[in-house]
Design a protein around this ligand. Structure first.
Ligand code: KMT
Ligand code: NI
Length: 170
């Protein structure tokens, strides 16, 4: 089951828990447009995919044997947004998705097997592994995945349509 909390900055590596001890509720995440559900039954994933029109999916595995893992993780951990939702269903292992809260603070979402997390388009976020250093996940998408990572710019990507739409949706 997932766990959500305020991220505590420290010198510890990104894969450390960075747990401030301050929990964040599912309602707070919902207000940010983040969808979370524990779905141990894969049938529920298929049902959600039909309801939301996610016709396509692929699979990603990251562990210590992944070629270029360090570089990949560095990219995933750069703060960014996408012009599409980021839909991830964790099947094995664990990971941390950090999303920006209402006051631009980091909220850490620790996810594990059976967790479905959907980040809305335009939300600033990043990803890393936990110290388990292992995750497998299904990535769902509607058509062509638009997962180009748009780095956060000094003005917070204020002119980008997906960002403007996201802010308007809050
Ligand atoms: C992403 O887009 O950040 C990823 O696909 C990370 C791995 S999904 C567990
Ligand atoms: Ni992303």
């Amino acid at each position: 089951m997932a766990r959500f909390y305020q991220y505590e900055e420290s010198e510890a590596p990104m894969t450390a828990a960075h747990d401030s001890g301050r929990a964040v509720t599912a309602a707070v995440l919902e207000a940010l447009g983040v969808f979370y559900q524990h779905m141990p039954n894969v049938d529920d994933v298929d049902k959600l995919a039909v309801e939301r029109g996610y016709a396509n999916r692929d699979h990603i595995k990251l562990d210590k044997s992944t070629p270029g893992l360090t570089d990949k993780l560095d990219v995933f951990f750069q703060e960014h947004l996408h012009d599409d939702e980021e839909i991830r269903y964790i099947t094995k292992g664990s990971g941390y998705f950090d999303v920006r809260g209402a006051h631009d603070e980091w909220i850490r979402c620790e996810v594990g097997p059976g967790d479905m997390l959907i980040l809305p388009q335009g939300i600033f976020h990043r990803f890393t592994l936990t110290q388990q250093m292992y995750v497998e996940a299904t990535r769902l998408f509607q058509d062509e995945p638009k997962w180009v990572a748009i780095a956060r710019s000094p003005d917070g990507n204020a002119d980008r349509a997906s960002r403007r739409e996201y802010l308007a949706s809050l």
